[in-house]
Design a protein around this ligand. Sequence first.
Ligand code: 4AD
Ligand code: MG
Length: 460
Amino acid sequence: MIRRTTVREALESSPLGSPVTIPGWVRSNRASSGVAFLAVNDGSTFGNLQVVLDRSLFDEATIASASVGTCVEVAGTLVESSGAGQSREVKASGLRILGPCDQSYPLQPKRHGMEFLRTIPHLRPRTNTFSAVFRMRHRLAMSIHEFFDSRGFFYVHPPLVTSSDCEGAGETFQVTTLPLDGVPLKDGEVDYSRDFFRRRAYLTVSAQLEAEPLALALGGVYTFGPIFRAEPSDTRVHAAEFWMIEPEAAFMDLDDDIALIEAFVKHMAGTVRDRCGEEIEFLTKFVEPGLPGRYASLLDSGFARVTYTEAARILRDAGTGRAAPLEWGQKPSSEQERFLAEEVFARPVFVTDYPASFKPFYMRLNDDGRTVACTDLLAPGVGEIVGGSQREERRDVLESRASQQGLDPAIYGWYFDLRRWGSAPHSGFGLGFERMLMYLSGMKNIRDVLPFPRTFGSMA
Ligand code: 4AD
Ligand code: MG
């Protein structure tokens, strides 16, 4: 095993004058009269370590072999730097090439376009932008566990293979071991009794239905896992495989749910702001100048709240500018959602109580009989990041909405049972992890916050 000092330790905490061995990848190699300078990055922190090679100690061929992209191990002494741009550097006594790299290496020191970088997902984590995004992704993930753990929510692990289409939109990936070139039929239909699970199976589109029984036993629970949606939408904000956080809690109504969402989103933003200062500074400079304003809009004021009916009125009164009017009963378009968050409220806004007609069966029907107790959180720049609701806890109402939406009671029977035996008011929500990360990093395409994005028509 190599006993190594990380670049982060070398720049922040290792004592000056101490001998160090630091492996990493060369970002630049430039020679001046008596010395050569390597910038070495190992991903542990944002900055590069400057390595100074005395050209009387190292031959030209060795120095030249440490070209951009090469993996090197530098041995030397940590000293104060007199150069601009860094406070410390390493005076090298040894340079070992761990992994040579030739001139065809695609990441030469210049700015590359995002489109090009998407074609090399195995290399782009070595760029400043992507290493910053993936470090931020880690910090965001940790903040989720901190938040729910500190509030007494239990982390639970529902299955990824399910028999239900929770959102009812039919956008599922089917899981099967039946041969596609000779599917067994019975009475003219596919004979699923011969499939692996002896029934039809899908990759989950939401962990909610399985989180509810756990909430109705443990109180408050949350999931954090991958979600699969076969939505044929080729947009900046849709992925076929993404991650969702789904808290679910008994004895919580829609107002409690909304308060929980706001506290959760603020906790995530606050943690990232406090712990990813360098990343935010870089991303503000090169990716999204409005980033500090976003953190301010998340952290410094309360989120706005408006009902769907009121939002429809606002859109009607706004005329036909950027956002077309919304007929009551229509689903708002993403332009209309962004108009509300960006121009009308200029901060994150909860839209509540949508028409029941286009929402899933599990949302609690309001007393008006035509809207449901649900909310979407819309954020400027990204659009919807959270969808949540109070759940229908009344068995008769639930079963009648499920049958209106054509759900098979044989599949959802266990879900109805929860309303039969010890039902309780309960609520929950789903937050799209990548959409939140887009918001906090300023990245404009969901493909650029996932290490290996899977989107409609593409799996690089
Ligand atoms: O609004 P959605 O579809 O809600 C549900 O699935 C509920 N069952 C959640 C719950 O109440 N437990 O999805 C929740 C969030 C969206 O607001 C969005 O942020 C994200 O998941 N999302 C996607 N993110 C990336 N790509 C996609 N294709 C997404 N679809 C939804
Ligand atoms: Mg939604």
